[in-house]
Design a protein around this ligand. Sequence first.
Ligand code: COA
Length: 191
Amino acid sequence: MIRSVDTYLETERLALRRFTADDADLLIELDSDTAVMRYLTGGVATAPEIIRERHLPHIIAGYEKWDGDLGLFAAHERDGGAFIGWFCLRPEPGGPRDEAELGYRLRQAYWGRGYATEGSQALLHKGFTGLGLRMIWAATMAVNRGSRNVMGKLGMTLADTIPTPPDMEMVEGSEHGGVRYEITKEQWEQR
Ligand SMILES: CC(C)(COP(=O)(O)OP(=O)(O)OC[C@H]1O[C@@H](n2cnc3c(N)ncnc32)[C@H](O)[C@@H]1OP(=O)(O)O)[C@@H](O)C(=O)NCCC(=O)NCCS
């Protein structure tokens, strides 16, 4: 169940909360879907022990590091409480605290309902009005239309093309490289 103390933000349909050490199975199931992982690993599932021993401890350490304000958050439907995936808003390791990366990974059953846009819009609002962020960016493979469409709907604009990281060269479409979208606080205010 969602404990109110852990709630990070709410939208019309979604509640975002901080992950706990008990949440490994949610992440394992999410990362085991070939379609979800298509533009991340080429469809390969993340090994459960990597999630338990590396990813989840890293997520929880992030709350400590950023005082619970930034990080990676579990998303649930407010109606019924189903886990739909995660969103993140966090600085790059060693990067400035007022610039954060937006990210999202949703369970396939919940695609196509506007959830990625709805959760991300709320994160932009919180980041720019409550967390002191100056710029929010997001990156994906050039061929990941769904992810790019979300960025576009948020008012983010293409800022750069980026090379495919060496560990993603086997992913379908990697020859087209990656894209980086950005939005500044000023641009967001003027929308
Ligand atoms: C990318 C992802 C987050 C989109 O989530 P979503 O909740 O379905 O997105 P939304 O419903 O908010 O869609 C936003 C827009 O993009 C469009 N869109 C979504 N997925 C699409 C796809 N695969 N191809 C083309 N357009 C797509 C939607 O139609 C919508 O546009 P519209 O309002 O004009 O119809 C989801 O598919 C996902 O989690 N994929 C796997 C993980 C991933 O690739 N994450 C991003 C890595 S950077």
